[in-house]
Design a protein around this ligand. Sequence first.
Ligand code: IDP
Ligand code: MG
Length: 141
Amino acid sequence: MERTFTILKPDCVKDGHVGKVIDKILSSGYKIIGIKMMKMTRPLAEGFYEIHKGKSFFEELILFMTEGPCIVAALEKENAVEDYRTLMGATNPLKAAPGTIRKEFAENISRNVVHGADSPENAIREIAYFFSTSELIGNIL
Ligand code: IDP
Ligand code: MG
């Protein structure tokens, strides 16, 4: 069984898409093994997106991710990471396939509703960044 990590970003929460997005996640076969709402601080967001530091959109990304509450969740399923990237759709919603979360709900390439880990290794790292072991069900960390 594989794990992935997702964030329902501040636009998702503010615009009332949380229920529909979680419904898509569950109906795609994922089990939620950890979930919580939080308002990210700047240091927390900067640490999470450290890999994008120095890119042109970094400041815009940090302002967006700290503008309001988001929901972080750890998900479990066979082939969780790759299948979740497919379910999310392309980073730019204009390029996202029909039926994907970003195609249905995202405004633009910045405010794109969801984050999803891009490798099983990063998923484990990202889950550990936001969750302590006692906050996860059936913990394998
Ligand atoms: P991903 O979320 O599809 O993995 P990444 O390239 O890892 O895409 O970028 C992380 C996040 O940074 C994106 O989800 C989006 O919110 C934001 N972002 C990426 N590229 C751009 C851009 O060109 N302009 C504005 N924001 C961007
Ligand atoms: Mg990414």
